[in-house]
Write a protein that binds this ligand. Structure first.
Ligand code: PXP
Length: 240
């Protein structure tokens, strides 16, 4: 069964719209877990536009599943992760001006930084996931670097403007997942997934976990968070 990591960043986005203390992402994490989430994901950005250090500290203490923190490859983030001790970190590229993560990390360009960083995280007992585009050369480099997990970027698949383009992107994701799984990496996927486009991704046998945020929080506004999580769990379960 494909696992569901629920990304709760946008609960904090609503809180930060008023810069007060509600809604609390910690409440969201508890409700998501009660509804069947297999993990909680948050992105601690350098600019702290939504999730803050206080959130990751409390989430780490409160949640009963697994905390995954998406973060840039900076020393500041390394220090925070070593203090908070999440189950895993997902290393992502980060641009100040972007609305959301725009693509996978360029593993080839950053291989020397990543080599040391991955070892350092692992020596602190924190699993490392790399957010990567479904590109053979990038995946091969991830395998060489000995990361624990890759999270395949499904953004291009989600944004495809024609059926042909979507099929091409899906094929790339399938091939990337196969290559990584053959080498023993755990394979996750995420970005831009929603209730309409998730099924073909959830049915890829090598993909063990999906990280989904915006679509679940958006639906939760109308149907409640527990139902939104359950409906997504149901969709990704049926395809296996
Ligand atoms: N995975 C990664 C690495 C991300 O950066 C994000 C967005 O924070 C997600 C998954 C979730 O994407 P979405 O909010 O589009 O579901």
């Amino acid at each position: 069964m494909t696992k569901l990591g629920v990304n709760i960043d946008h609960v904090a986005t609503v809180r930060e719209a008023r810069k007060i203390d509600i809604p609390d992402p910690v409440y969201a994490a508890v409700l998501a877990e009660l509804a069947g989430a297999d993990g909680i994901t948050v992105h601690l950005r350098g600019d702290r536009r939504h999730i803050k250090e206080r959130d990751v500290e409390l989430l780490s203490a409160f949640i009963k599943t697994r905390l995954n923190i998406e973060m840039a490859t900076t020393g500041e983030m390394f220090d925070i992760a070593c203090r908070v001790k999440p189950f895993s970190v997902t290393l992502v590229p980060e641009k100040k001006e972007e609305v959301t993560t725009e693509g996978g990390l360029d593993v080839i360009l950053h291989q020397s930084t990543l080599k040391t960083l991955i070892k350092d995280y692992q020596s602190h007992g924190i699993k490392v996931s790399i957010f990567v585009d479904p590109d053979h050369e990038q995946i091969k480099r991830c395998i060489k670097l000995n990361t624990d997990i890759i999270e395949i970027n499904t953004g291009r698949y989600a944004e495809a403007e024609s059926e042909n383009e979507r099929k091409d992107e899906l094929d790339k994701i399938i091939n990337a997942a196969k290559l990584a799984a053959r080498s023993g990496l755990k394979v996750a996927a995420g970005h831009g997934l929603n209730y309409r486009n998730v099924k073909p991704i959830a049915s890829i046998p090598e993909i063990e976990e999906l990280n989904i945020g915006h679509a679940i929080i958006a639906r939760a506004i109308f149907v409640g968070l527990e139902r939104a999580v359950r409906e997504m769990k149901d969709l990704i379960k049926k395809e296996k």
